[in-house]
Design a protein around this ligand. Sequence first.
Ligand code: BF8
Length: 659
Amino acid sequence: MAQKSIDPAVSAMLELSEQEGLETAFSRAEAMKPCPIGHIGQCCKICHMGPCRLTKPGQTGVCGATIETVTARNLARMIAAGAAAHSDHGRDLAMTLLAVADGEAPDYFIRDEGKLRSVAGYMGIAVEKRETLDIARDVATMALAEFGRQKGELMYVKRAPQKRQEIWRELGIAPRGIDREVVEIMHRTHVGNDQDYDHILMGGLRCALADGWGGSMLATDLTDILFGTPSPLETKANLGVLASDEVNLIVHGHEPTLSEMIAFATQLPEMIEYAKSKGAKGINLAGICCTANEVLMRVGVGTVGNFLSQELAVMTGAIELMVVDIQCIMEALAPLAQRYHTQLVTTSPKAKIEGATHIQFDEHRAMEIAKQIVRMACDNFPKRGQTHIPQFKSNMVAGFSHEYANYMLGGFYRGSFRPLNDAIMTGRLRGVAGIVGCNNPRSCTHDEYHDHITREFIRNDVLVVQTGCGALSSAKYGLLTPEIALREAGPGLREICETLGIPPVLHLGSCVDNTRILTVLSQMASEGGLGTDISDIPGVGIAPEWMSEKAISIGCYFVASGVYTIMGGTSPVKASPVVDEYISKVWEGRLGGKFEFIEDDDEIVARSLAHIDAKRKALGLPEYDPHRHGASGDAMMMQYLEAVEAGKPVSLYSTAGLK
Ligand code: BF8
């Protein structure tokens, strides 16, 4: 069998699936090749005169639509779908915050009052001498108003560097209401409407900006207010986190509202006693995809893996219950779960799956529902049969919010990004990279691109920040640990990791938390020394194994924010060389950021480093020299590493164990 994953746990489960004749996304991808017409954007199916296949040079659709119009409309609709998904998630958090403020969601409370006050500040809401819940009500109400804003710009546009705001205004793409931008793209791409690829795609960027600087940024802020702003914590990743003698309950999807409540419920003595009454030693909660990231970042819940691990987790036979909410949940889970004792529970009014049990989540009765689900999982434990839990798991340090990065770099009273900018200016760091996004069984060996590109960057003194399934990939291979810096980071980056005690790859959260990267970049631009705009910073954004429409929306808001953004795999607009070149060259000329699809991972690395070096040169910074830095003493760190390798119980945060 050709290697399908670099993850030994995934490989073990794939072998088992073959032996047992079970399908997976891997086998389905192999059995069914992608439609060659749709794959590169040649198919137009927006009206019922079609679908039209524009496979010959100069061919148009029945309506006369050119390949430029068709590819542009297809891409714009992907942006709109991705923006809608992220933003609707953000809207639900605003609804929860409003319910909390109104006393209608008694199981939640404001966990981060400081963040509430900062967000109120962004929104121009008075905070002095006001009750927390009154401020929260105003914040939630203002947030909800952003979705339906008919006039003016989104409030968060002002969080971008001044120069970037002006670029958006000059180009007419400063986003208005979030819902309005999504609706307008659906309208523009209706048959017989907008038929100028440039105009369609600039509209697409405006919609993407409404996601990044609107719906997603609100989702991050409101989640931090309700559940706490992340700070570093240790946890574990991979299928080996499943317990052979405890009730295994998996949270999967994207929203934190129910999963956070389940995390609390599993800690309750009454629930643990209930699990014991069913013969289990306790309750083991773990996550998949971005719900995993939400509870991982804030409460240290372990993860069983990323997107392509969801079916394999069920195949271990060790999962009593998998509770899902929205997005990235494979329909294949329902028939698969029925072959095991696993109960699949859907909870969102927006996402039912035939064959799953539906327990509709209601934030007004959150703990009651969470307990019901935990009890169901416990009730299932006695039905467990034979299990196959691959014994692979890795340590990770996650929880690097933008706020923590400020504290980490500048201390409590002098929170600042100055040291980060200085490190880039001196060449200790060559630059920064965001490596984010999904898995895709069609684009490469599972996790291979995430892993290879990440390792190459840190070897080249590029600090990496990650979110989503990309971060979960790195977590599984030990890249989110401080000690990996000693083994694999370039000398300058290693010096920084030693000084701060951080991993060379920082986990920033779920996919909506890509907005933390926007905030970091904006602060770097305003800190001074690296130009005045995001597009001046020596950095890149990459989604090497993307598959979802959300990834396209994220990619486009990064481009519109000035970032060179590379997506792995085949370009979905490849059918039109004009459009393919337009999203790279024309967008770069206007926005400083370009959008490219590159199939080879080494080429992704090479083009990224060339871009970072070109940005350094444009800023007049010294040429990157890997030998200039890194002469600092490694003695204590090496001692720590040796102790870890010898299996001694030490912590990087406490030198006591080293004595
Ligand atoms: O939102 S990285 S597969 S889980 S879409 Fe989905 Fe992609 Fe994973 Fe999170 Ni993001």
